[in-house]
Design a protein around this ligand. Structure first.
Ligand code: DCP
Length: 789
């Protein structure tokens, strides 16, 4: 990943641009309005065509409603034309209820699951049917095995259409249309928005139909967001690959098979690798390895016919002849080098890219493919050395000093690149030099599909010509400052004194740049990188109205964070809630459909009381933080929850608590110990990271618990301590999880009565938090029937 954050613009830096864009949109009645009008114009004629019998050449596709997934041959335009001319329907969005057939040439695994109960057919089903003048049975054209109910029908033509129409009870039925037009840019790999010809409830955004996006207060929302967010995948893979490196390094059985092969080939088989490490020359040599146009290369593996043509990976299907496509704001994740020659860049909007390169082809995302290639890349490298620093899914550094005794850097780079290409099917580039900076800059020179080694005597000449914006630590702001004083290259920068740089850019930044622009970099390779935090951020598709929806969203994100913690075997002691709140001067709708737009960022950290991975506890602390901000739910645009102060958790991954797993100790502490102390947490210490289920309902009387709580109320008249609150919260959750719902409810009502009667706002707030917990998703899973008065 050679670009640094080029797709991310910070709010401050993009504020003015966005504002300008929004003002432009405002001239046309707002972004949504302009988009809607565009769609009305575009599809009005199409709708007429669909509805007018006289325009149909035949009725062979009567009752057939097709959604085209991803790149097809012939293009979706041709297929659409066939359908419309022959009484079929072309769906711009995937709709579970409307779509009868999905047409695709290939499908990622996630999509296969998604369409698992639809007929997924090859495009030739349509073209052949047109050619034959009749609707051909689609059995022979199935891309996926037929899992639909229609397979039981003998006549696979018209009967399948009727059956496919009502399968709303499938798991995919969460993908219902939403009247307010949920965006598909992120969620669906296809065109932007479409005309909805069905009646929709009021109030509504009239003609925009809502495709496959779950509203933000639904439990599936976070999972859907993460399943489809490439940025989430990128960060997730990075973490996974760091873990992979850690695992490999700590595996005593790990074999350096590639290195052994090299030794053998160079007749050094008697020299073991530890010996080689010892005779390492003092001068370090590092290699930086980076896959070329990663997503695009993986996509091209399934489309070899497009090799050499300009190709991008984006959520898009359209072409340059379509005026609508030219306005597409779908972002390009990766473009191949032929596309770059035409001026297309990663991060560019599809519309702009098409105007630069009309023959550009957009291919769909393939998250499984990227993950597979990444793993192969890392494993290949790890067969030569475990001195690896994982940078991202397609990029890493290695220390290759030991190899200098066996072969030249260029020889090794060639061998390694060839092996990576052979195993992954994708090209990569390698840069090498005496430090990490030089290695990375050398890769830029090497790309695409090349290698470059900067020897010591080349450093001076090489570094002078490098652009300052390519140096680590030079972000947009620093670059702007430097450009402002006429500094563009490292040679320019070398003319500035250390004191001047430190004065202008700060002591640390200025000092670093002074060294870097001379090709000096004191950073060392970091193969072991323990995790500092676990987090989840959702900044797309959030449009809420009620506080309760915000709390539900917090619950769902907390669950996702808790799941990540459990998967990593970690628990944390501190939570940070960060939210994006629509700026007062920003329009309600953002330039990017359902994006976060211009926002103010709020962030607050709070202790979790103890080291935990409990979703409920994380959620309740976040809810308390959120309430303290007094923000309107309708202004919320992004939520992130981060857990820090991490420790290894004792909770096992698939732990299922049982009542019997909790024995007499908790009973003792609950019924006797608690009375001794003023603090419920001290008195009833149930280790929070060790899986335990409270046994009170089993072994102790409810009256005991009430009396314990009564003592607690008396002992702390002013306000409940946070750690006691989280303890009660956890305890109630545990009761529910172990199916003691009635006991949990009784305890809640007992607490609530006390809190409401004591007229103390702190205690009342505590009761409200508990009530929210009772209504939260965590609990709903277990007892949909609890009704709170
Ligand atoms: N990526 C993304 N969004 C980002 C950053 C990266 O989708 N904000 C994805 C797409 C890229 C991949 O990560 O293919 C690797 O990122 P690079 O910056 O390395 O870009 P490429 O590999 O596409 O191009 P290059 O050959 O210039 O490295």
């Amino acid at each position: 990943m050679s670009g640094r954050g080029r797709f991310w613009e910070t709010d401050r830096e993009t504020k003015s641009r966005r504002k300008r864009e929004q003002e432009e949109w405002a001239i046309h009645g707002g972004y949504q309005q302009a988009k809607i009008q565009k769609l009305i114009d575009k599809y009005a004629s199409e709708k007429d065509l669909e509805e007018s019998d006289s325009c149909h050449k035949s009725k062979i596709f009567a009752g057939v409603s097709v959604f085209v997934n991803g790149y097809t041959e012939p293009s979706f335009d041709v297929l659409r034309q066939h359908l419309l001319e022959n009484a079929g329907r072309y769906e711009h969005y995937y709709s579970l209820s409307r779509v009868t057939h999905v047409v695709a040439t290939s499908l990622a695994l996630s999509k296969q699951n998604f369409y698992h109960n639809k007929k997924v057919v090859l495009p030739s089903w349509i073209t052949d049917s047109v050619q034959k003048g009749e609707l051909l049975p689609c059995n022979k054209y199935l891309l996926l095995p037929d899992n639909t109910i229609t397979k039981y029908f003998t006549d696979p033509s018209h009967s399948e259409v009727r059956c496919a129409d009502d399968q709303d009870s499938s798991p995919a039925s969460v993908y219902q249309e939403h009247p307010e037009g949920w965006g598909r840019d992120v969620m669906e790999p296809s065109a932007i928005t479409a005309l909805d010809t069905r009646p929709v409830p009021k109030p509504k955004m009239s003609v925009i139909s809502g495709p496959a996006m779950v509203p933000a207060d639904q439990p599936e929302f976070v999972g859907e967001f993460y399943g489809n967010s490439r940025l989430h995948h990128l960060s997730h893979w990075k973490t996974q690959l760091k873990d992979l490196v850690n695992d490999i390094r700590s595996d005593p059985n790990h074999q350096l098979t590639g290195r052994q092969r090299l030794l053998k080939r160079h007749n050094l088989r008697n020299m073991d690798s530890t010996h080689l490490e010892k005779i390492t020359p003092e001068e370090k040599v590092y290699m930086h390895l980076d896959m070329d146009c990663f997503f695009a290369s993986v996509a091209l593996k399934s489309h070899p016919e497009l090799a050499g043509s300009p190709v991008v990976v984006a959520h898009f299907k359209g072409n340059a002849t379509d005026a609508h496509s030219l306005g597409s704001m779908s972002q390009i994740a990766s473009c191949n080098y032929p596309a770059r020659q035409a001026g297309v860049r990663n991060g560019m909007m599809m519309g702009k890219a098409l105007s630069l390169c009309p023959q550009l082809k957009a291919l769909p995302y393939d998250f499984e493919g990227y993950s597979h290639v990444s793993t192969l890349l890392y494993k290949t490298v790890a067969s030569y050395t475990t001195e690896i620093e994982a940078v991202s899914c397609d990029e890493l550094y290695i220390d290759i000093t030991f190899l200098m005794k066996i072969m030249s850097c260029d020889q090794f780079a060639k061998e390694l690149r060839d092996e990576v290409k052979e195993r992954t099917g994708c090209p990569c580039s390698a840069g090498s030099g005496a430090n990490l900076l030089l290695a990375r800059l050398a890769t830029r020179r090497a790309k695409p599909d090349g290698q470059f080694y900067i020897t010591d005597d080349q450093v001076e000449g090489f570094i002078s010509g490098q652009l300052v914006q390519d140096l680590p630590g030079v972000g947009r702001a620093t670059n702007k400052t430097l450009q402002g004083i006429g500094i563009h290259t490292c040679a320019d920068l070398q003319r500035l004194s250390l004191s001047y740089l430190q004065k202008e850019l700060g002591v640390r930044n200025g000092g670093n740049l002074y060294q870097l622009c001379r090709g000096k970099d004191s950073r060392v390779l970091k193969p072991d990188q323990p995790r500092q935090s676990v987090s989840c951020d959702v900044n797309y598709g959030i449009r809420l109205k009620e506080q309760s929806q915000v709390h539900t969203l917090l619950d769902n994100i907390s669950k996702e964070v808790a799941r990540k913690l459990d998967n990593a075997g970690l628990a944390g002691g501190q939570v940070t809630l960060r939210v994006k709140v629509r700026s007062p001067d920003a329009s309600v709708e953002s330039a990017k459909f359902m994006g976060h737009g211009i926002c103010d960022n709020l962030s607050k950290s709070s202790s979790l009381g103890s080291v935990t991975s409990s979703a409920a506890r994380i959620s309740i602390v976040c809810s308390t933080i959120w309430k303290g901000w007094h923000v309107m739910p309708s202004d919320l645009r992004g939520v992130g929850i981060q857990i820090t102060k991490l420790k290894a958790s004792q909770r096992t991954k698939n732990f299922q608590p049982t009542v019997h797993s909790y024995l007499s100790s908790a009973t003792k502490s609950s019924s006797s110990g608690c009375r001794d102390g003023a603090n419920i947490t001290q008195a009833c210490t149930v280790p929070t990271v060790v899986p335990q289920v409270p046994s009170l309902c089993d072994r102790a009387e409810l009256s005991d618990v009430k009396s314990l709580l009564g003592d607690w109320f008396k002992s702390q008249p002013k306000a409940p301590l946070t750690k006691d609150k989280v303890y009660v919260n956890d305890y109630l959750e545990k009761l529910v999880r172990s199916h003691h719902v009635d006991t949990a409810l009784a305890i809640f009502l007992f607490i609530d009565r006390f809190c409401q009667n004591c007229y103390n706002p702190e205690w009342q707030r505590f009761a409200d938090e508990l009530k929210l917990l009772l209504k939260s998703e965590v609990w709903k899973e277990y007892h949909a029937h609890i009704e709170l008065s």
